[in-house]
Each structure stands twice: as structure tokens, then as C-alpha cells.
Design a protein around this ligand. Structure first.
Ligand SMILES: Nc1nc2c(c(=O)[nH]1)N[C@@H](CN(C=O)c1ccc(C(=O)N[C@@H](CCC(=O)O)C(=O)O)cc1)CN2
Length: 284
């Protein structure tokens, strides 16, 4: 069994992104990312801090717009509209989840598709579904890079996705399908889940429930990708996969932490730099 080290793979990719940042700066462009955080969710604060640190480490300019929990939706939309106009900002992201009184769909749809480096807007999702060039959502894109770097064959494989969220499960299946996997989606209403997950050559757990995937769900030799980020009673980070049980069966497995998580931020840096590069080619 091989453990897929997302931290290490992410670092290699970040080194190549850093070289692209140097080239952009030589041509007078500093890539810029605006991060909007609404409220005081502690996990979101950590992710935002990590995103900013990661930008700084490779020379991307980042600006944090921190808004209070009771911010009105209209005020948030105004911030996005003004960021859409700014020449020094190439990527805009709104950290999720948002407070309940704000319509997430409306907020995401307000981000200009040219700056939607999270790949969540309806335009980005539509293009992704059609296989057109666009910003791909960072977590599933990161999983695709992990599979690529590990040399895992996708074409002809049966991929089973557990979870159907807009930001992970749903696009994950689509990206695997575009690489010629046979994809099965499963979710909370699926009957006899183990009988389906046991058929998977590639099993992606994106269900948001700690240790949900156990040895009963896994075929010997399967590649198991754990997208879960949960905290146990001691505040320890754990995935959706019962690692100790499943590692004995899997051919490859991603750990939590240091598996998929670091790739999410890596692909955000990747998309931001790509957006900055596009402005150069548009100026010509
Ligand atoms: N606008 C967005 N909001 C959210 C996204 C997103 O992609 N865009 N995804 C998640 C949270 N997330 C990024 O925002 C994220 C989660 C986890 C990690 C990560 O590196 N995890 C580390 C462990 C970090 C820790 O110790 O807590 C790991 O798995 O090794 C990065 C980003 C929801 N919101």
C-alpha cells in the first residue's frame, strides 16, 4: 500500500507556480488574489490565513476583506462588484460557508467568471460540464493532480464517488468521467452502499462524516481518496475514511491531514496565476 503525500506533491507544483510568478513579475504583472471572509468561523479563519501565507510564499499579492457576521448581502455584493473592476486583482474568492442569511448562489454568481479562481460560478461549472477551458474547482482539480503525479491510470476504471456536493462530489465525478472513467455517484439515499463502493477501482470519499468508509466498503487493491475534513472529540483532524482499517486493503490511499487538503490551496494558486497570465495575452 502506498500513501499519497499531498503535501509533497503540492509543494512540487507550488515550485513550478512560483517560477511562473517570477516570469509574470518580469513582465510587470503581480498576480493578485482577493479573499473575502464573512464572520468568525474558526476553521474558515484558518483556511483563509493559510491561503494568504501560501500566496505570500510564492509572491502572489493577496488582500483580505474581513466582514462581520451580520454583513448585509447587498454590501457583500458591492465588495465583489468593485473587486471585479480592479486591474490588480486576478482572482476573487469568497470563503465558504457563508452566514445563513446570505444567499451563497447569488454571491458566487456575482464573481466575474474571469476571476472565479474557485471555479464555483454557474459559468465555470457550465464550461466544466461541457469540457471547455475554465477554472476547475480546486479540491477535485487537486485530486486529479494527485492521481496524475502518482501515475494512477483512470481510463476504463470504475470510480465511485461518495457524496454529491457542488464543490467536491459532483465536479469530481465529472472530471473523472472526462478522463474516461466509468463513474457511479452515491449519496445519503443510496441503498446498500458497500455493495457499490466495493466495485470501485477508485473510491472518492467526500461525505463529511468521520471514519464513514470502513473495510466493508473497499475492494482489495482499490485507490482510496479521502476528501473529508472532520474534527474528532479531541479536536484532531480526521477524514471520511477509517485510515487504519482501509490502508491494509488499498493499493493507494490519501491520508488526512497531508492528503487532499494541501492540494486545494495549491490549485487555488495555480488558477490565480493562470488568470494573471491571461491578462497578459489579452493586453497584446
Ligand atoms: N471558497 C472556498 N471555500 C471552501 C473551500 C474552497 O475550496 N473554496 N474548501 C473548504 C475549505 N478549504 C479551503 O477553503 C480547505 C480545507 C482544508 C485545507 C488543508 O490544507 N487541510 C490540511 C489540514 C489543515 C488543518 O490542519 O486544519 C490537510 O488536509 O492537510 C485547505 C483548504 C471549505 N470552504
Amino acid at each position: 500500500m502506498a500513501i499519497i503525500n499531498g503535501k509533497e506533491i503540492g509543494q512540487k507544483i507550488r515550485e513550478s507556480i512560483a517560477e511562473r510568478v517570477v516570469q509574470l513579475k518580469n513582465q510587470g504583472v503581480t498576480p493578485g488574489l482577493a479573499v473575502i471572509l464573512v464572520g468568525d468561523n474558526p476553521a474558515s479563519q484558518t483556511y483563509v490565513r493559510n491561503k494568504q501565507k501560501s500566496c505570500e510564499a510564492i509572491g502572489i499579492f493577496s488582500e483580505l476583506i474581513k466582514l462581520p457576521e451580520d454583513t448585509k448581502e447587498a454590501e457583500l455584493l458591492e465588495h465583489i462588484q468593485s473587486l471585479n473592476e480592479r486591474k490588480d486583482i486576478h482572482g476573487i474568492l469568497v470563503q465558504l460557508p457563508l452566514p445563513k442569511h446570505i444567499d451563497e448562489n447569488k454571491v458566487i454568481a456575482t464573481i466575474s467568471p474571469e476571476k472565479d479562481v474557485d471555479g464555483f460560478s454557474p459559468v465555470s461549472v457550465g464550461k466544466m460540464m461541457l469540457g471547455q477551458e475554465t477554472y476547475l474547482p480546486c479540491t477535485p482539480y487537486g485530486v486529479m493532480k494527485l492521481l496524475e503525479y502518482t501515475g494512477i491510470e483512470i481510463a476504463g476504471k470504475h470510480a465511485v464517488i461518495v457524496g454529491r456536493s457542488h464543490i467536491v462530489g459532483n465536479p469530481m465525478g465529472q472530471l473523472l468521467l472526462q478522463k474516461d472513467a466509468t463513474v457511479t455517484y452515491t449519496h445519503s439515499k443510496t441503498k446498500d452502499l458497500p455493495s457499490i463502493t466495493k466495485q470501485a477501482d477508485i473510491l472518492v470519499a467526500a461525505v463529511g462524516r468521520p471514519n464513514f468508509i470502513t473495510k466493508e466498503h473497499v475492494k482489495p487493491g482499490a485507490v482510496v481518496i479521502d476528501v473529508g475534513i472532520n474534527r474528532d472529540e479531541n479536536n484532531k483532524l480526521i477524514g471520511d475514511v477509517h485510515f487504519e482499517e482501509v490502508e491494509k486493503l488499498a493499493s493507494h490511499i490519501t491520508p488526512v491531514p497531508r492528503g487532499v487538503g494541501p492540494m486545494t490551496i495549491t490549485m487555488l494558486l495555480f488558477n490565480t496565476v493562470q488568470s494573471a497570465e491571461k491578462t497578459l495575452s489579452q493586453d497584446k
